[in-house]
Design a protein around this ligand. Structure first.
Ligand code: UDP
Length: 249
């Protein structure tokens, strides 16, 4: 089984501010990379990076090192796709981390892979996992834990290790989620590890994703800012990223 999949696990990348983004579609990512890794019981770190992640990595060397440990970095933001266009090395599409997680949950239910849900406030985490169970009644839940613990507290790490999951969704926001994964990855033999930001809040119904038409028009970022005005300040980071990507090659 192993050999059959090994050849396809190499893809071209485009470097945006020292982060290497895979030139893949969501389908290619799922079929040619994540599925084979699951079948082979291998360990993978997936970063779904938006402009905020790239900017944070630019300013914070230890976070940059954490992000650079990813096996696969995908463009979760139209800003990244635009930056790649401006470099003359286009990416095929934006891949929303939330969609990758939902696809993985589907695969996990169908093929019997177990999932661990780490992050968000306790009641959000609980409701998110309940929603996952409703959507995927046959899914194996390896475990869950809220995201408000000290990064140096290894109790959570031990809980995840004991659960031995095939997929670990980490919703600790940036930079905590990538830092947590990068720090502990070596202690796992297998598993897809992925930072999923606010995805548990969406699953729990706390936060609504933009209607399809906004996503199609590449305006999901604007919808989020309108729904959660606290995010408007964060748009400044995105504009700064766009400025640098456009004018400071
Ligand atoms: N979060 C957490 N622990 C923390 C900080 C944040 O579990 O110490 C959770 C937070 O409750 C939310 C998720 O991380 O569910 C993502 O937060 P945010 O919306 O800031 O993430 P984004 O996707 O915008 O990076």
């Amino acid at each position: 089984m192993k050999g059959r999949f090994q050849m396809v696990d190499i893809k071209e990348t485009v470097s945006i501010m020292d982060i290497d983004f895979l030139k893949v579609t969501k389908n290619e990512l799922m079929k040619e990379m994540l599925l084979p890794a699951l079948v082979n019981g291998e360990r993978r770190f997936i970063v779904t990076a938006n402009p905020e992640i790239v900017m944070k990595a630019r300013q914070d060397a230890s976070y940059r090192q954490a992000v650079q440990r990813a096996d696969y970095t995908i463009a979760d933001g139209i800003g990244i796709v635009k930056a790649a266009d401006w470099k003359g090395e286009p990416l095929p599409e934006r891949i929303a981390g939330y969609d990758v997680m939902r696809n993985l949950l589907q695969i996990a239910e169908e093929k019997g892979y177990s999932c661990f849900f780490l992050g968000a406030a306790e009641e959000v985490n609980e409701r998110a996992v309940q929603e996952v169970k409703r959507l995927h009644p046959n899914l194996k839940i390896a475990g869950r834990h809220h995201g408000f613990f000290e990064l140096k507290d290894d109790t959570v790490l031990e809980q995840v290790k004991t659960a031995n999951p095939d997929m670990v969704f980490v919703a600790l926001g940036l930079p905590r989620q990538e830092n947590w994964i990068a720090k502990h990855l070596d202690q796992f033999e297998k598993g897809l590890f992925m930072g999923v930001g606010g995805s548990f809040d969406v699953l729990a119904g706390e936060v609504k994703r933009a209607p399809g038409i906004w996503i199609k028009l590449n305006l999901e970022w604007a919808y989020r800012a309108l729904r959660q005005p606290a995010r408007i300040l964060r748009l400044m980071t995105v504009f700064h990223f766009m400025f640098l990507a456009r004018f400071k090659k």
